[in-house]
Ligand binder design. Structure first.
Ligand code: SAM
Length: 211
């Protein structure tokens, strides 16, 4: 995905009070950082933030962290957060590879992966956020009763991810290849990509991975 460069994105992110600028210093202490004992849910590849901001507004009893590597889209999410000022939402400008340096064992109750980049070439398979490399990282930080919720419109990435999760020792549940016409449709929160792809008539796949 080619992203447009936005010159003011980086300085805005660096100044934002809704970004934790030293996330490794919060490892094992995220409850203190949020100043409450609420469970922590994270979204990896949060994009422009529609999904996590909707959830954070609906669930003040949960702490949310949106993780995004690209400054141009994180900037758009932050512009919205600076208006809404959701107290239970922080953003991190990092790559997913840093997760084990930022979250302690069992510190995260839920991980959302929404419309992760498919990396279609076989030689790039380990860059997929559902490859064994990343699933092993998620296992390190996820609580024993935690879960990963995964959505994509990409059928090949979906089948790969189910196989990858099973191979890495996860239990796979709540699988649907047409989320919006399934028993899991009620209460589904749409992401930006989900809204776009489903309006073009593409079915949305969804699964839950349990450690
Ligand atoms: N989740 C959003 C949605 O569903 O509308 C955005 C989906 S977009 C296809 C994927 C996002 O994940 C991009 O914003 C990209 O920059 C981010 N991303 C991809 N790989 C990442 C990584 N390794 N670490 C952090 N963010 C990543």
């Amino acid at each position: 995905m080619r992203l447009r460069h936005i010159a003011k994105a980086e300085p805005f992110i660096m100044e934002s009070e809704y970004v934790e600028h030293d996330p490794s210093s919060c490892k094992g202490r995220w409850k203190e950082r949020f100043d409450n004992k609420h469970p922590l849910h994270i979204e990896i590849g949060t994009g422009k933030g529609q999904f996590i901001m909707t959830l954070a507004a609906l669930h003040p009893e949960i702490n949310y962290i949106g993780i995004e590597k690209a400054d141009s889209v994180l900037y758009k999410a932050l512009l919205k957060q600076h208006e809404q000022k959701l107290p239970n939402l922080l953003m991190l400008w990092i790559y997913a590879d840093e997760l084990p340096n930022i979250f302690d064992k069992g510190e995260v109750a839920r991980i959302y992966l929404n419309f992760s980049d498919p990396w279609p070439k076989d030689r790039h398979a380990d860059r997929r956020l559902t490859s064994k490399k990343y699933l092993d990282m998620y296992r390190q930080i996820l609580a024993p009763n935690g879960r990963i919720e995964f959505k994509t419109d990409n059928g090949k990435l979906f089948e790969y991810s189910l196989d990858s999760a099973l191979f890495a020792g996860w239990r796979v549940s709540d699988v649907t290849r047409d989320l919006h016409h399934s028993e899991y449709a009620a209460g589904n929160i749409m992401t930006e990509y989900e809204a776009r792809f489903s309006s073009e008539g593409n079915p949305i796949c969804r699964a839950v991975f349990l450690p």
